[in-house]
Design a protein around this ligand. Sequence first.
Ligand SMILES: [Zn+2]
Length: 342
Amino acid sequence: MLKKTNALEYPISSKPEFGIPMEVSEGIFLLKMPIPYTLDHINLWLLRDGNGWTIVDSGFYSDEAAQLWQTVLSGFCQNEPIHKIVITHFHPDHVGMAQWLANKTQAPIHMSQIEYLTTHMACQSYSDNQKAARRHYFSSFGLNDEQLNSLQDRIGGYVTGVPEAPISYTRLLDGDSLLIDNDSWDLLLFSGHSPGHICLFNKNRKLLISGDQILPSISPNISVVFNETDANPLADYLASLSVLKQLDKDTRVLPSHGRVFVGIEQRSETLIQGHLSSLDQLRRFCQMPRTGLEVIEEMFGNRLSIFNLSLATGEAMAHLNYLLYTGELSRSDDAVYHYKTN
Ligand SMILES: [Zn+2]
């Protein structure tokens, strides 16, 4: 018999279909929507809210997703009022259709202030100086000209999924709560994966709408970005996991990707251990001076697509910055940085 360690429980046995809401707890429905990544779907949530509905997250804009939403609003939701649109964070698969939905339903968009502002920032086109700073971020990490040129071509992709940023919003604050169907949901604000990601926790019903902050089968991307190269998002992310780990053990987690699961303590611990072992790997690997690209290849191999290379750059830098902050690593100031364990 296979011995399962740290196994999570998956209480919902049926598989959702794209565009067809599936109940995962009384009055709470998972709406699976397509997104154009290797990870092909996002889970959005429809919550019964009095005579209408509250929607959590909106999807990556596409004509196909718009069609599916139309059908859900008029069919499943029977054109009942949408009271709120809650957005966990600014990534395009979450915020992409928020304003489109708001235009259709007149519902107010609720999000944290920093995610609202970051959405607007991400929708702007870059100036030449911003493009140069972004190129420097990759080149100082050791990426070659061909990689730099391909990465340069990707600029502006965000607005494909987010054709219109939310015009106005209602601010969600850490520690506040939100009433949905007269049921109180605590708002937990975390950074690490994005600057002010909101999770919604219903203490009485032991339900957590977790966004991307914690996922059952993949580790959320934790990245240093080009306009804040001194950041330490991994420290923030690990701090969030130590909070999530302490939620009630029986909490049913409703994640943005993958299956609804129970086992938040084990899952948090597995993610913590994964990052700690990557840090250990880098302490050893940087016994001799290493470039960022060498670190990427050590952590993720050398066969990455250009999209994954950009994520891997941010993630490798997040781990290296963490060790710079603890004083275990030093970085040279050459045109291409070298990292060395102290
Ligand atoms: Zn995300």
